[in-house]
Design a protein around this ligand. Structure first.
Ligand code: SAH
Length: 243
């Protein structure tokens, strides 16, 4: 096994928020098994006044405060950590499973969590920091976004999920949403489960699941569906449009 496990290093003014949910369930078990590790660095340790100030008012006016470039720069320089530096920001490129997979296959990530209105742009550019967003909504800070990104990476690390086949069929793995799931009871409030799932006919089940995955993607996520079609070719488009 690798000498150094996958490492998440989080730069934050709220180090006490970590590991938080990451200490539980799958990620927590994997952490205690030594499959990955986490270090939370307090950005305030790199301030240089007695109030440990990390922010100041924005040039150009407007509401809120901005995280100072000099403090963030010292926090980055003072933290020896593997992997790319990523800043969580609603201005960033939206995170997807492909990027998660790339990050999980590297040595780790160093995540800078914004607070207030965000981080001075100069330090982002000076370090060539990749800006990553979770989606088109605004959180109050980068910490919940960092926890989410780490969680998504950790479950892909070798050995974290016992049955690796689980990962193959998941949403986004093939560019599709996943098919729907059903379990016992077989009858529930007058609703049965689709007959094919009780048939024991593996090829029919596989085909039904594939069709359901394609249908869900076509109906719910036209953006993903277009990309999938571009990859799979015209045949699927005709099938999709006929039904
Ligand atoms: N004024 C900013 C929002 C700041 S929210 C704007 O309008 O763009 C404060 C911090 O929360 C950000 O610096 C970022 O680190 C984090 N954050 C907020 N929304 C996020 C999102 N969708 N994805 C990732 N991080 C986010």
């Amino acid at each position: 096994m690798n000498a150094t496990p996958w490492t998440a290093t989080v730069l934050t003014i709220f180090p006490e928020m970590f590991p938080g949910p990451l200490a539980h369930s799958l990620a927590g078990k994997a952490m205690s098994d030594g499959l990955w590790r986490l270090s939370a660095v307090d950005i305030r340790d790199f301030a240089n006044d007695k109030h440990r100030t990390v922010d100041d008012s924005p040039f150009g006016g407007g509401p809120g405060m901005v995280m100072r470039p000099d403090v963030i720069d010292r926090a980055i320089a003072g933290t020896d950590a593997p992997g790319p530096i990523i800043c969580l920001s609603p201005r960033g490129r939206r995170l997807d499973q492909i990027r998660v997979g790339e990050l999980a296959s590297g040595p780790g990530v160093r995540l800078v969590c914004g607070r207030f209105e965000g981080i001075d742009q100069r330090v982002i550019e000076a370090h060539g920091i990749e800006e990553v967003s979770l989606g088109d909504f605004v959180l109050s800070g980068g910490e919940p976004a960092a926890i989410t990104l780490i969680d998504a990476c950790v479950r892909l690390l070798p050995g974290v999920i016992g049955d690796a086949a689980t990962l193959d069929e998941e949403s986004f793995q093939r560019g599709l949403l996943e098919y729907p799931h059903y379990t016992r009871p077989q009858e529930w409030q007058g609703h049965s489960v689709p007959d094919v799932l009780l048939s024991g006919h593996h090829e029919n089940i596989r085909r039904w699941r594939m069709e359901e995955a394609e249908r869900a993607t076509r109906e719910r996520r036209p953006d993903l569906w277009e990309r999938y079609l571009a990859r799979e070719g015209r045949d699927k488009r005709q099938v999709g449009e006929r039904s």
